[in-house]
Design a protein around this ligand. Sequence first.
Ligand SMILES: [Zn+2]
Length: 213
Amino acid sequence: MNLKAGKNLVGAFYQPRLVLCDLDALKTLPRREYVSGLGEVVKYGIIYDAVLFSQLERNLPKLLARDENSLRDVVARCCEIKAEVVGQDETESGLRAILNFGHTIGHAIENSSGYGKFLHGEAIAIGQVAAAKLSQKVLGLSSGEAARIEKLFSQSGLPVKLKLTAAQRKKLFGAMLLDKKVSGGEVKFVLAEKLGRVKFGCCVASEMIDAVI
Ligand SMILES: [Zn+2]
């Protein structure tokens, strides 16, 4: 549950018996909401599956047109990845953290702009592009792969950058320190070594974060 202080701060862990995805429901969404969902889809490619990422690059026009066959494959693969990750770590103590790629900055963007300005997928698209830049500095992600990440988000129609005033920047950093992934004042990030492989719990200095937002 979301609280005023931040998103996803209250919760319980009960696993579903069944996951049902009705692809027709996706066709009823306004384009902006639909594209926002792609922000999470691209994430699965980055964190777990480089083949999925390449498929998304190739099939983006079809996906944007909500082509049923492409959607079925992609939605099924994203569910599989989530089930694999969560199945190995039900209580978010370890591996499950990789699902938060791009979310440390993304949640801070949503929170500091007063929920509603950015849709979740838009905020985490910006967060993932920033995380890719941090990944270059911290884990040596190649500039080619970082560029592919940015390009896939922008070609999907998602924002990849923020224009901030000094006051907005300060607010955003304040929100980031409220995040549940912060411990002892250090901000912990999920960062990518390469497409399909990430590491969690990477401590990043705030000056470095400042340089990529
Ligand atoms: Zn999310």
